[in-house]
Design a protein around this ligand. Structure first.
Ligand SMILES: CC(C)(COP(=O)(O)OP(=O)(O)OC[C@H]1O[C@@H](n2cnc3c(N)ncnc32)[C@H](O)[C@@H]1OP(=O)(O)O)[C@@H](O)C(=O)NCCC(=O)NCCS
Length: 154
C-alpha cells in the first residue's frame, strides 16, 4: 500500500539517502562514473534539501513506513525532482507521484508543467505524454550532463 503525503523536515535523511542510492544504482546506467559521483554528492547539501522541503510543494511516497519515492515543484509548475527508491522501480510509484504533482500544478492555476530530466527518465515521461522541447547540456561541478527540457500541457 503506497501513501502519498507532504514531506516534513524529519524526512530529510531518508530523502537524501534515496536520492544518492537511486543515482548510484539506476542513473549510473546512463552516465559516466564521474558524472554519477558529482550528481550523487548533491545529497550532502543539507541546506539546499532543507530549503527544497520547507519552501516548495514536496511530496513523498511511503510504504510500510519507508520512503520509496519523492517529487517536488519549484515556481509552482516546475518539476525539479522525481526519484523512486532503487529497490522499488517499475511498481507504479513514479506514476502515482507524477499524478499528484500534476494535480497540484492544475490546482495552482497553471496550464503547463515543465521539467528537465535525465536520459534515464525520458522513456517514463514519454509514456505520460510529455514533449521534448530540446536536448541540453547541463553543467554541474565541472561535469557536463546531457538531459532534456520537457513539458506537458495540462
Ligand atoms: C523515472 C522514474 C522516476 C520512474 O519511476 P517508476 O516508479 O520506476 O515508474 P513507474 O513504475 O511508475 O512506471 C510507469 C510506466 O512508465 C514507463 N517506464 C518507467 N520506467 C521506464 C523505463 N526505464 N523505460 C521505459 N519505460 C519506462 C512504463 O510504461 C511504466 O509502466 P510499466 O512498468 O507497466 O511498463 C524512476 O525510474 C527513477 O527514479 N529514475 C531515476 C531518477 C531520475 O532520473 N529521475 C528523473 C528526474 S531527473
Amino acid at each position: 500500500m503506497i501513501e502519498i503525503r507532504e514531506a516534513v523536515i524529519n524526512d530529510l535523511p531518508e530523502i537524501t539517502s534515496l536520492f544518492r542510492n537511486t543515482i548510484l544504482h539506476i542513473n549510473s546506467k546512463h552516465y559516466t562514473e564521474n558524472q554519477i559521483a558529482v550528481w550523487a554528492s548533491g545529497a550532502d547539501n543539507e541546506k539546499k534539501w532543507t530549503a527544497r522541503i520547507t519552501k516548495n510543494y514536496f511530496i513523498v511516497a511511503e510504504a510500510n513506513n519507508t520512503i520509496v519515492g519523492f517529487a517536488y515543484l519549484t515556481q509552482g509548475n516546475y518539476l525539479d525532482g522525481l526519484f523512486v527508491h532503487k529497490d522499488y522501480q517499475r511498481q507504479g510509484i513514479g506514476a502515482k507521484l507524477l499524478r499528484v504533482i500534476e494535480s497540484q500544478v492544475i490546482m495552482a492555476g497553471f496550464k503547463e508543467i515543465k521539467s528537465d530530466v535525465s536520459k534515464t527518465a525520458l522513456p517514463f515521461f514519454d509514456d505520460y505524454y510529455y514533449e521534448v522541447e530540446k536536448k541540453q547540456m547541463k553543467h554541474l561541478k565541472g561535469e557536463v550532463f546531457e538531459n532534456y527540457i520537457i513539458y506537458r500541457t495540462l
